[in-house]
Design a binder for this molecule. Structure first.
Ligand code: HEM
Ligand code: HEM
Ligand SMILES: [Fe+2]
Length: 448
């Protein structure tokens, strides 16, 4: 770490990690309700509230972690201090205050209603203010030193601007449900299959250059190809959500063709990551855990988004699988692989640099246990949901059984998900312990 302002990343990570843990707790609460016949929390935290908080915390901690990593990465790339540490702290305060207010509000049914975007309008406006401060701070840092602008930082800023602009389409209330959901997907789909992919491509590229010593020119060539392909396929690929919500018929074609091509850039990212990781074998010191999380993330990103997404994206299939546990299986797999694991990889890459606590060469016990616990249990959760979803499609959509009767038949697999979720929670505790250990300043280090 060369610049004092890069320590901002640690503040953002410290804020993000407890939120990740809370997200998992609310996931457990929501999934207990699928398994147990009685619900003591029915009146205080009903399913919809637990689910809402689970989803809001997911987006919240991921954005804080990615923003923190952005502050670190931009200073590193542009070779300068961040424009204003104060603004970055004010931004963190605003985002935390609005996020916590939103979550408290959900307990009292103060909600806009659309999944992921349940924040009431007032809170959304405050979030926009937080986002504008962030963009201003990053843009000022970059443009005051524009001769240092690199392909990866430009991509990162582009992704962040796209993220903020798309959020605006989730703010207005529209009385027509089809219109409202038409634009809801401009946020949800164009985030995870557009803006966030650009951000991920940029941060992965930077981490690969840092951790493996691979040449910048080669990695930036890949990033360019990925960005072009993500935008080319992802924007019109939004149509894979327009099959059944009252939009014109042509979306069946457009959605199918463009979204079917969406795994291409994701595959490029995987190939790029594997090629670069192989290079790390020749280095004297290796940040093993950061590389393990980064490589595993590229693989699970490809499986969860590319394979699981592709599997249900054609209308001939989606007509049967739409809105079932198969969707939930894909949602967990993709979010975890593409963004959850990436955020964790970045924390493992950045925190030792800030604290001066160099990781020992080779995985330490705690780091390794957290890695195995989290990823194995996530695979079990995703598989249990997939099986539940297949049973659900067959009984409900093929045989025509009643919805609630089918839910009863799924109970076994949802119980497996709950058990796996328990192991995931243990993994989350181990991870938090490990990352806090890594983040603690060294007692003797003057720079920490
Ligand atoms: C990292 C990238 C991705 C993430 C985080 C992600 C996440 C999600 C989530 C959370 C949903 C559920 C939305 C809801 O109805 O509440 C969803 C739905 C869907 N995703 Fe993805 N996704 C990603 C990439 C992809 C890709 C690349 C494809 C296609 C190749 C795809 C195809 C689909 C389809 C077809 C649905 C609708 C499922 C249904 O009809 O119920 N996704 N995705
Ligand atoms: C202990 C671990 C977890 C448990 C028990 C759990 C449980 C749940 C439950 C019960 C739901 C509601 C599903 C429904 O509406 O039917 C849900 C939704 C969701 N969770 Fe989790 N979750 C866990 C961890 C995670 C993690 C780590 C991520 C991402 C990084 C995640 C992402 C999501 C997403 C994207 C949805 C919405 C899916 C959709 O709309 O189809 N969850 N989760
Ligand atoms: Fe999508």
């Amino acid at each position: 770490m060369r610049y004092q302002s890069q320590k901002l990343a640690r503040e953002y990570f410290w804020a993000a990690l407890p939120l990740f843990f809370l997200q998992v707790v609310f996931g457990i609460l929501a999934s207990i309700k699928y398994v147990w016949g009685f619900d003591p929390l029915l009146n205080s935290i009903p399913f919809n509230v637990a689910r809402t908080i689970h989803l809001n915390l997911l987006v919240f901690w991921l954005l804080l972690a990615l923003m923190g990593a952005t502050y670190y990465m931009v200073a590193d790339e542009i070779q300068t201090e961040i424009y204003s540490i104060r603004l970055a702290r004010i931004q963190l305060g605003i985002l935390l205050a609005s996020g916590v207010a939103a979550i408290l509000g959900y307990f009292f049914q103060w909600s806009f209603g659309m999944p992921f975007l349940e924040q009431p309008t007032l809170i959304k406006v405050v979030i926009v203010v937080g986002a504008l401060i962030f963009l201003y701070n990053i843009a000022m840092t970059m443009f005051r030193n524009h001769h240092q602008l690199t392909g990866t930082t430009a991509t990162l800023l582009g992704g962040m601007v796209m993220l903020a602009v798309m959020f605006l389409f989730g703010i207005p209330f529209m009385p027509n449900l089809s219109t409202q959901y038409y634009f809801w997907w401009w946020v949800i789909h164009l985030w995870v299959e557009g803006a966030w992919e650009l951000i991920a491509a940029a941060l992965v590229a930077w981490a690969l250059i840092k951790l493996t010593g691979v040449s910048r020119r080669r990695v930036e060539g890949w990033v360019f190809a990925e960005v072009v392909l993500v935008l080319l396929t992802g924007i019109i690929g939004t149509g894979h959500h327009y099959y059944w919500i009252g939009t014109p018929h042509y979306w069946l074609w457009w959605g199918a063709i463009f979204s079917a091509a969406e795994p291409l850039p994701i595959m490029l990212m995987l190939v790029d990551a594997v090629r670069s990781l192989l290079k790390a074998r020749t280095l004297a010191t290796v940040n093993t855990m950061a590389l393990a999380w980064l490589g595993a993330s590229a693989f699970v990103h490809f499986m969860g988004a590319g394979v699981w997404g592709f599997g249900q994206t054609l209308p001939q299939i989606n007509r049967w699988t739409h809105g079932t546990q198969i969707t939930a299986s894909h949602g967990h797999f993709a979010f975890w692989g593409a963004y959850g694991m990436l955020a964790i990889a970045l924390m493992y890459a950045i925190l030792p640099e800030i604290s001066g606590r160099k990781q020992r060469n080779g995985a330490e016990g705690l780091s390794f246990s957290a890695f195995v616990c989290l990823n194995l249990s996530m695979i079990f959760m995703v598989m249990a949901l997939l099986i539940a979803g297949i049973v659900q499609v067959y009984l409900q959509r093929v045989m025509g059984l009643d919805f609630l009767e089918v839910q009863n038949q799924l109970r076994l697999w949802l119980a497996v998900r709950l058990v796996a979720g328990g192991v995931f929670t243990v993994g989350a505790v181990l991870l938090l312990g490990d990352l806090y250990r890594l983040a603690r300043p060294l007692p003797a280090a003057g720079s920490a």
